[in-house]
Design a protein around this ligand. Sequence first.
Ligand code: DX5
Ligand code: ZN
Length: 231
Amino acid sequence: MYILAPSVLAADFNILGKQIKETEKAGAEYLHIDVMDGIFVPSISFGMPMISSIRAASSQFFDVHLMITQPQRYIREFVRCGADGITFHLEAVEDAGQVIREIHRAGAKAGISIKPGTALEEIYPYLPEVELALVMSVEPGFGGQPFMPEAYGRIAQLRSYIDQHHLPVKIEVDGGLGKKNVREVLGAGADICVAGSAVFKKRSISDNISHFMAAFQEYEKKNMKSDGKDR
Ligand code: DX5
Ligand code: ZN
């Protein structure tokens, strides 16, 4: 089963609750929430009060992507505000194992991420401990950037490592996804697609999401045929 995680960073904050409900209705099971601190990445986005208030608008899985330094400082608070999963950056912490344990102790699913320039192998030691691995297909910090084609190879490499080691880790891909490249991203091995601009900009949200859902259905059928089991 593939999952779409619309990134609220690209939403119209004036009508945020309404737009989130539209994404849920159109079939997006996750909501991707990008938290930026202006230090780990150049920009600043939003934090706890925003997450608490949108919690009431949705029953989606709140997939919080922390692009902040020393994320361990805020894990409990993000979970208290409604985070179901917390993804942190390996580059932002000293002891990733400890951060993962702290996320689990707080009652959330743990995700680990790396920037495009960090060697993929650096996350391998932590894969047995996490539920999700996030491959960035843009330099983190801003929505609306073009997809970096180097990401395909990284997704495929991670897919084969996870499969070889029989790890129950989902691969999430974030940055520059849209109807033009979603099939290649799924083909490379992604489970969860994050999309900001491609969901909230241009046409209507339901129309935009329908393109992702069509691609998901196609690939689900393909997988059933090729190995007789759903990933
Ligand atoms: C980038 C963020 C992304 C971003 C995706 O730092 O992590 O989640 O919002 O936006 P699009 O889909 O517009 O590239
Ligand atoms: Zn993100």
